[in-house]
Design a protein around this ligand. Structure first.
Ligand code: CTP
Ligand code: CA
Length: 227
């Protein structure tokens, strides 16, 4: 049989990908998290390494096994994910934020397990840093920045707003209310949103969505950002 050899069209390119969710502790035994499994980010890491890229995967807690041949940095909180990305961002050619970063963390991390009391429990949350926004601010012209927008309404408008606000080059807009798209599935339905317009893609395996995203990243590197 013949094994399909992927094109080595990302040979030597440095790419950093964030993936999965965060766990934000309340006390030693409890945390706040979300439904992201890491499948999309891990699929991009796998596609990129097969195409010859030098891959750094910054991942929150995930059941998935990272692909062989990459550098994996495992983190828990949004702050840890932020710090890992900032420590490695300068040497990257491409940065892809596929993680569902926790927007908020509990303001207090209790040293001891909370005991229940009569009446409701109130937990105060504070903002986590916005990793993509910060990368966008310090990004060089030769770096390509890609974000994901998981939305349940006004999908394309919201994605375009985030593209501009975070000074990204490409946003992957994801309607997570559609069957076959979003959290935990092996497939996804996305639209690529960049400054040249919108490109809707059909229902695809996440691994194929990954290759489509990387194809667009290479095009953006060649043509440079449209102004
Ligand atoms: N992101 C990030 N740091 C955060 C929040 C989000 O880097 N603290 C990144 C995500 O990895 C994603 C993009 O920003 O690539 C958009 O995330 P999303 O949650 O859709 O947007 P937010 O800016 O957080 O806005 P909101 O959740 O209010 O829609
Ligand atoms: Ca968010």
């Amino acid at each position: 049989f013949t094994k399909r050899e992927p094109r080595q069209d990302m040979s030597g390119l440095r790419i950093l990908i964030t993936a999965g969710r965060n766990a934000e502790p309340i006390d030693p035994v409890r945390f706040v998290t979300n439904r992201s499994t890491g499948k999309m980010g891990y699929a991009i890491a796998e596609a990129a390494v097969q195409r010859g890229a030098l891959v750094t995967l910054v991942t929150g807690p995930s059941e998935l096994r990272p692909p062989a041949g990459i550098t994996t940095i495992s983190v828990q909180t949004g702050q840890e994910m932020h710090d890992a990305v900032m420590a490695h961002v300068d040497v990257q050619d491409v940065i892809i934020g596929a993680a569902a970063v926790a927007d908020y963390r509990p303001k207090l991390r209790h040293e001891q397990k909370l005991k229940k009391k009569d009446g409701p429990l109130v937990i105060e949350f504070e903002r986590n840093p916005d990793i993509l926004l910060e990368v966008g601010k310090r990004k060089r012209a030769d770096q390509v920045l890609v974000g994901f927008a998981a939305e349940t309404e006004n999908v394309l408008e919201n994605a375009r707003g985030k593209l501009e606000r975070k000074q990204a080059d490409l946003f992957v807009a994801n309607d997570v209310s559609q069957p076959g798209a979003g959290f935990g599935t092996d497939t996804n339905i996305v639209t690529l949103v960049d400054r040249a317009g919108d490109t809707p893609l059909p229902l695809l395996q996440k691994r194929d969505v990954a290759d489509q995203i990387l194809n667009r990243v290479l095009e953006l590197r060649e043509r440079g950002p449209v102004s």
